[in-house]
Design a protein. Structure first.
Length: 314
């Protein structure tokens, strides 16, 4: 079993407008957990066409970029470029604001499938393991296509071009549950799909109504939008890849399309545990758990009436 994607120092540069519908992120909160891909069988992922290791290198003016891996699971496309040949301060400065410094990868990549721009729900860059990684989620691509990548580097005139054929031999497991709805007070949600791949767990649901509020979530406080924790049938939490905090009151309707880390491939069910945070209505600060001196922990109010278990049939 090979594992990678273990996080050392990490940065994320996010396209804010595409970030899962998040309007604003509080500066004093952890805006995101770094995308992570681990805990899968690398040999099996290659055989199924989910993972490619092209190790293609292009060198211009003393700077080499190597396309180390490409991953596509039918719902997420990602790839990694490793820079060499420059004294770079990785990963804090993978992107340089100073165009006079040589060797930094510029943000504006061109990523195409069969010569056409990729349609996706969100995308981000991440500095991980001495490589710069690109993630596009909610992609709409054929099972077989040619991936084209064009990257530019500061103080290097010529662009770096890569082309890789991609063929998805096995599709991810799509779970479409029947009557998967829960209601509490004026709030309800319906699970549309759970998509399981070697690289991610994707939860798609629609919700409607005001989140149930506790006694504490009144006066100067209010309930946040509803968040969703996932657990497999063995009680193992399936962690979200990203958590966003909103600087606005909850909306009456949400279409949630959220990515979590991979689920154990032997899991027979997934339990959804909805919860809210308690938000200060004046400054949007999230109420912290009392006694959490070592590490900042934000208090969650679990909505037990809304818990739902979805069976997984493989």
């Amino acid at each position: 079993m090979n594992k990678f994607g273990l996080i050392k120092k990490t940065i994320i540069v996010t396209f804010t407008a595409a970030l899962l519908g998040i309007g604003a992120i509080s500066s004093n909160l952890p805006a995101a957990a770094a995308p992570r891909i681990d805990g899968f069988n690398e040999k099996s992922a290659i055989e199924q066409g989910y993972l490619y290791k092209p190790n293609l290198s292009v060198k211009h003016e003393g700077i080499t970029l190597t396309l180390t891996d490409v991953r596509y699971d039918g719902t997420t496309l990602s790839f990694a470029l490793r820079p060499e040949g420059a004294n770079l301060d990785f990963p804090v400065a993978m992107f340089s604001k100073d165009e006079q410094i040589k060797g930094y990868i510029k943000k504006d990549w061109e990523v195409l499938a069969d010569g056409k721009p990729i349609t996706h729900s969100s995308s981000e860059y991440s500095g991980m393991n001495e490589s710069l990684q690109y993630f596009a989620r909610g992609v709409k691509l054929p099972n077989e296509f040619e991936l084209s990548i064009k990257a530019e580097v500061t103080k290097v005139k010529e662009a770096y071009d890569f082309k890789v054929p991609v063929k998805l031999k096995s599709k991810p497991l799509v779970v479409k549950p029947n009557n998967a709805s829960k209601t509490s007070g004026k709030f309800s949600y319906t699970v549309k799909q759970i998509i399981l791949s070697p690289f991610s767990t994707r939860l798609i649901l629609d919700s409607e109504g005001s989140p149930p509020a506790s006694a504490e979530q009144s006066g100067k406080y209010h309930a946040s939008p509803v968040y969703y924790e996932l657990f497999d049938n063995n009680g193992n939490e399936i962690l979200p890849e990203m958590i966003g905090f909103f600087h606005k009151m909850p909306e009456p309707k949400y279409h949630v399309d959220k990515f979590y880390y991979p689920t154990d491939n032997k899991a027979t069910s997934i339990t959804i545990k909805p919860y809210t945070y308690t938000i200060n209505s004046k400054n949007w600060a999230v109420l912290e758990e009392k006694g959490s001196n070592r590490k900042k922990t934000y208090k969650k109010t679990y909505l037990k009436d809304l818990e739902l278990t979805i069976p997984i049939k493989r």
